[in-house]
Design a protein. Structure first.
Length: 229
């Protein structure tokens, strides 16, 4: 395992500067800096994750490509947004399930920003069919869901995040014993980290362990939509 993190505080300094100069002219002037302190370290981090991930969660793919891989684009899609700033002020890394091309499968998302760093695991805003399958699995296998939801290693590292319906979902009574879980729109756990965690020498080992800790949730969600984990 590497003894140094691919990341440095230079990444966070760049993101902080970008948040104050979020325009194309500034970015073009600082593109080499972006490559050196953001994109290349992020790709190295993804590459370092690949081997341990293949052993711990082989269905998740760490793809260290400059485009079309696990590293998300820094360019924002402004077509349908009131916010027309052209760049994201975070680094996003998506470790997708190998079945994600065919179905909205659970995955892991790694987020680095000046004000928020975390690892997220599960399903964020799943498609209608996936959401219905997860709710059906909770309804039909409540003991298995509670075992996954309350497993010690998972709850030690993660807190549930996301939104829930204010009313009960269709086909489920408001008096259902699992109604709080059935109301969820997102089935995702979030493990909060800091910039210091990402520049620490053991960051790859720590993130891999967090992914291991998410296995109970990830396994239940994958079973619900009939894909392996």
């Amino acid at each position: 395992m590497p003894t140094e993190s691919p990341f440095s505080m230079d990444l966070f300094h760049f993101l902080d500067d970008l948040s104050r100069h979020n325009d194309r002219e500034w970015f073009q002037e600082n593109k080499l800096r972006y490559e050196q302190v953001v994109r290349e370290p992020a790709l190295e981090f993804i590459d370092q994750l690949a081997g341990p991930l293949n052993r711990s969660a082989p269905m998740l793919k760490a793809v260290a490509k400059r485009a079309g891989g696990s590293l998300m684009r820094i360019h924002r899609d402004t077509r349908f947004s009131r916010d027309k700033t052209p760049y994201k002020t975070n680094v996003g890394i998506s470790l997708r399930h190998e079945a994600d091309g065919d179905i909205h499968a659970p995955g892991v998302y790694i987020h680095l920003a000046c004000d928020e760093c975390f690892v997220g695991a599960g399903c964020w805003r799943p498609q209608r069919e996936t959401l219905a399958a997860i709710r059906r699995a909770i309804d039909e296998h409540p003991s298995a869901w509670k075992k996954a939801r309350d497993q010690k290693s998972f709850r030690r590292s993660y807190e549930f995040a996301g939104e829930s319906l204010k009313t009960s979902p269709r086909d489920y009574s408001k008096d259902h014993p699992m109604i709080d879980d059935l109301r969820r729109i997102d089935y995702i756990g979030v493990a909060n980290l800091t910039p210091q965690d990402f520049i620490a020498p053991d960051v790859v080992k720590r993130v891999v362990q967090l992914i291991r800790d998410a296995k109970p949730l990830m396994t239940f969600l994958c079973d619900a939509i009939d894909v392996p984990y």
